[in-house]
Design a protein around this ligand. Structure first.
Ligand SMILES: *Cc1c(COP(=O)(O)O)cnc(C)c1O
Length: 417
């Protein structure tokens, strides 16, 4: 028996021996007992606090990946930990056969702080998008009573790994082996209004885009792109679905990234940071759109359970109370300036992109060895696409920690050049 949380061996009767389990044995078991779909870095993490995490060997890391832009409030934030304690001792799960109090409050909170009027809760980003796609199809069918079901998404997008959301994802590498994909999807280049204009017709149910492409390489569109899509949708009757799973909840320096563009979507999906690491997704929409999901048309066993929604309320209210989006804008400017200084000095960096605390540096070489070199020096960062290193730290990061991270990244780039 072993203490799974800390990777500790336990003695007879399951009593902890206090001795850390051999990390090599953990990796052997990981290879033996996990499906091989992930290519994980060779570290095993056991504990976190704020911007820091520690592995089974006691090594400390500065976390500038936030578990893929999830832990916006950092690790073990006292308000999150407090909410988890309280919610776990109150009510975990009842199903959606009944009302539960936190789910109602979270729906109201998200609607009061967005364009949306109604919410649906699921357990992941992919599920939030899956819901958005089903909602758009049903809305188009009922409103136009025709075979209007097509979704137009963009090249290099990322929308999830279920069959429909991976079909929407405009990256063929994620499609290979899973064909036939779901019918009714088209892809056009991102940030190309003319291409979208040509693609939209009377079969278009919805346009689905990220306000900034995250996984695809931190691509920020031109200022007129989202307003242009809004106009196209208004003219054609198609719905505008914004996937704010990575960009939402303050990451780009506003609560929602589309606020930078001064437009509103018809449907928005949210997940990653919503409960700071507990699994939850939300699909938000105007009431007239949402109204087609009549009783029985869609659902989820776990979705919106009182435990995860109570924790999400704590996360969202903390974000709002502590003005975390404004902080992300301010600290993000500092981090971006540092990245630009590195870019000016090191030709291996071709461009710096992003907004708030979602930043990318495009390299002239593969990003993976740089990510590895940073990790070996105690800094966790992400890649996005093959040649972009992505920084997406917890939004509670400060300037001093940014400078520490920049120094490590600069050192890794210096060695690679
Ligand atoms: C991460 C992500 C998803 C998928 O979320 P999961 O929780 O992994 O299913 C979808 N869209 C975007 C933009 C994402 O960043």
């Amino acid at each position: 028996m072993e203490d799974l949380r800390a990777g500790r061996a336990s003695g007879p009767g399951g009593a902890p021996t206090g001795k850390a389990m051999d990390t090599r044995t953990l990796f052997e078991w990981s290879a033996a007992y996990h499906m091989p779909n992930f290519s994980r870095a060779p570290i095993c993490l056991v504990r976190g606090d704020g911007l820091r995490v520690w592995d089974t060997e006691g090594r400390e890391y500065l976390d500038f990946g936030a578990g893929l832009a999830v832990t916006a409030l950092g690790h073990c934030h006292p308000r999150v930990t407090g909410a988890i304690r309280e919610a776990s001792a109150t009510l975990l799960h009842v199903s959606n056969l009944y009302h539960n109090v936190p789910q109602i409050h979270l729906a109201k909170l998200l609607c009061e702080h967005s364009f949306a009027e109604q919410a649906y809760f699921s357990n992941s980003g992919a599920e939030a998008n899956e819901t958005a796609l089903k909602l758009a199809r049903k809305y188009a069918r009922e409103r136009f009573a025709t075979d209007r079901y097509e979704i137009i998404a963009t090249h290099d997008s990322f929308h999830g790994r279920t069959l429909a959301t991976v079909t929407a994802t405009g990256q063929p590498k994620y499609h290979h082996g899973f064909e036939p994909l779901v019918p009714g999807f088209k892809h056009v280049p991102y940030n190309d209004l003319r291409a979208m204009e040509r693609a939209v017709d009377n079969r278009t149910a919805a346009i689905l885009v990220e306000p900034i492409q995250g996984e695809g390489g931190v691509h920020v569109p031109d200022d007129d792109y989202l307003p242009g899509l809004r106009k196209l949708c208004d003219a054609s009757g198609a719905l505008l679905i914004l996937d704010e799973i990575q960009t939402g909840l303050g990451r780009t320096g506003r609560l929602w990234a589309h606020q930078h563009a001064g437009i509103e979507p018809d449907i928005m999906t949210v997940a990653k940071a919503l409960a700071n690491g507990l699994p939850i997704g939300a699909t938000l929409a105007r009431r007239d759109v949402a109204s087609v999901l009549t009783p029985g048309t869609h659902g989820s066993t776990f979705g919106g359970n009182p435990f995860v929604t109570a924790v999400a309320i704590a996360c969202v209210t903390t974000l709002l109370d502590e003005k975390i989006p404004e902080r992300a804008a301010r600290v993000g400017r500092h981090l971006a300036e540092g990245l630009r200084r590195i870019a000016a000095a090191r030709p291996v960096v071709r461009a710096v992109r992003g907004r708030g605390l979602l930043l990318g540096a495009e390299l002239s070489r593969p990003a993976a060895p740089i990510v590895d070199a940073c990790r070996e020096q105690g800094l966790l960062i992400l890649s996005a696409g093959d040649k972009v290193v992505r920084l997406a730290p917890p939004l509670v990061v400060d300037e001093r920690l940014c400078d520490q991270a920049l120094a490590i990244l600069d050192g890794a780039l210096a060695k690679a050049a």
